[in-house]
Write a protein that binds this ligand. Structure first.
Ligand code: SAH
Ligand code: SF4
Ligand code: F3S
Length: 466
């Protein structure tokens, strides 16, 4: 028997990369690869990269510098370390990576990782290999299912890709170029994947896609299935307690999805709905194809259907041509909607995107000032929401032991970590928790005891004379 080879996959960027990294490991498991937690003892290191902003893309090259040292050290010990670059930088830069970084043996894009065993063999034979095609076959048809133990080890929550790619072409964004055209997986395949996860103990599934609510997968009866209908279908799978989806585009929120937020208890009342800017002029230049008021109306309709909904968003400051007045319109939109939290970024010009060519780029100092002001506002709204939670009771899905003995940690419907004193047997269970205290990132609370249990406890105490 040959010694199992060790694999270390490092993920950058969005949740789809996290999902893809797991699937890469699944693809290599039948080849005798086992996962390891560090690059130091690995035989194969895969960097699953992100190209969304310059900083994200640069990280790859600094990590490759570190791997060069490791590779030389491995060679000195008579071991071979294979280095692969995957993901969106691989797709965007291709051959350029091989030229710039001699340490790299293998480059492959997000649509070709199902060919990994073959690619590794090619790199072995030819020295180096590259595959950045958008193949006609879909990788999902070739990916082996992970073992039950592997799913268990990954925890009680899981991501499932249902849609990939983007046809929106916002003028600042590389995703349509790195992930390719929008495509949806068939409903039967998604349901089978969720059933397998549920059977292995997964209780919460987040459906992911670059534009997840543009989902339009083939249904078993030959019709086209929307995201709303898919969510209802998946909620029926035994064991699935909670569903989420991300990331959505405001233009693709339809009536059926809104009604699903009203009717489906398993669908968590938290929605990440990126808006980028509150200025109509900038939204137009970004090619977002909606106005700030269109966005406000979508939020109102969603809130009308499901008042418990909390919204989070993404913002870009310093898009070319953004004036103080444009920026103030963004701050106004944030106040109006009352986002509970948000991600915010300085505009980063990306090669090959239309906005990078615009003349009136905003100076770095102004970008920094605006980012600070926006983040201060978001922090204030977030603190307000954390305070609002104190004294309320939420269903919490417990995920893992806490940092201190006797503590367990779960997530609220709004994704906040919640810490309570409780037994580890509750991991994987949903329990009502009364929130007693809120920190900046976490909530703390007590397991709410059902009234009947409370009566029993009181009776037991009286019986023991306590
Ligand atoms: N599909 C999602 C977003 C994907 S990228 C959507 O349509 O909203 C995640 C976030 O990165 C974006 O929402 C945007 O806020 C940010 N982003 C994308 N390109 C960027 C760029 N060139 N500079 C700065 N931020 C960017
Ligand atoms: Fe990028 Fe726009 Fe597509 Fe989102 S909708 S992935 S921001 S092009
Ligand atoms: Fe980054 Fe690619 Fe995701 S560019 S954000 S890893 S789709």
């Amino acid at each position: 028997m040959t010694r199992p080879r060790k694999l270390f996959v490092k993920s950058y960027g969005c949740q789809m990369n996290v999902y893809d990294s797991n699937r890469m490991a699944d693809t290599l498991a039948p080849e005798g690869f086992v996962e390891t937690a560090t690059a130091e003892d690995a035989d194969l290191v895969i960097l699953n990269t992100c190209h969304i902003r310059e900083k994200a893309a640069e990280k790859v090259y600094s990590e490759l510098g570190r791997l060069r040292v490791l590779k030389t050290a491995a060679q000195a010990e008579g071991r071979k370390l294979t280095v692969a670059v995957a993901g969106c930088v691989a797709q965007a830069e291709g051959e350029e990576i091989l030229r710039r970084a001699p340490v790299v043996d293998l480059v492959f894009g997000p649509q070709s990782y199902h060919r990994l065993p073959d690619l590794l063999a090619r790199a072995e034979r030819d020295g180096r290999a590259i595959d950045t095609e958008f193949p006609v076959e879909t990788k999902f048809d070739f990916l082996p299912a992970p073992s039950r133990d592997k799913v268990r080890a990954r925890g009680v929550t899981a991501f499932v890709t249902i849609q990939e790619g983007c046809d929106k072409f916002c003028t600042f964004c590389v995703v349509p170029y790195t992930r390719g055209a929008e495509s949806s997986r068939p409903v039967a395949k998604i349901a089978a994947e969720v059933e397998r996860l549920a059977a292995a103990g997964v209780r919460e599934v987040t459906l992911i896609g670059q534009n997840v609510n543009a989902f339009h997968g083939d249904d078993v009866d030959g019709s086209t299935c929307s995201l709303g209908r898919l969510l209802r279908r998946l909620a029926e799978i035994p064991g699935i307690a909670r569903l989420r989806y991300t990331t959505s585009h405001p233009r693709d929120i339809d009536e059926e999805l809104i009604a699903t937020h009203r009717d489906l208890d398993a669908l968590m009342p938290q929605l990440h709905l990126p808006v980028q800017s509150g200025s109509d002029r900038i939204l137009k230049a970004m090619n977002r194809r909606h106005t700030a008021d269109d966005y406000r109306r979508v939020i109102d309709r969603l809130r009308g259907a499901q008042p418990a909904l909390a919204f989070t968003s993404d913002f870009i400051v310093g898009f070319p041509g953004e004036t103080d007045a444009d920026f103030e319109a963004t701050l106004r939109l944030i106040e109006d909607v009352g986002f509970v939290t948000a991600f915010s970024f300085k505009y980063s010009p990306r090669p090959g995107t239309p906005a990078a060519e615009l003349a009136d780029q905003v100076p770095e100092t102004i970008k920094s000032e605006r980012l600070q002001a926006l983040q201060a506002l978001i922090l204030r709204l977030n603190a307000q929401f954390q305070r609002y939670c104190v004294g309320r009771a939420f269903d919490v899905l417990f995920e893992k032991p806490g940092r201190h003995p006797g503590q367990i940690v779960g997530r609220s419907p709004y994704l906040q970590p919640v810490q309570v004193l409780g037994p580890e047997t509750l991991i994987g269970e949903v329990r009502r928790v009364r929130v007693t205290e809120a920190g900046p990132n976490s909530l703390f609370g007590d397991l709410a005891i059902a009234p009947s249990a409370r009566r029993d406890a009181a009776a037991a105490l009286t019986a023991t004379g306590a």
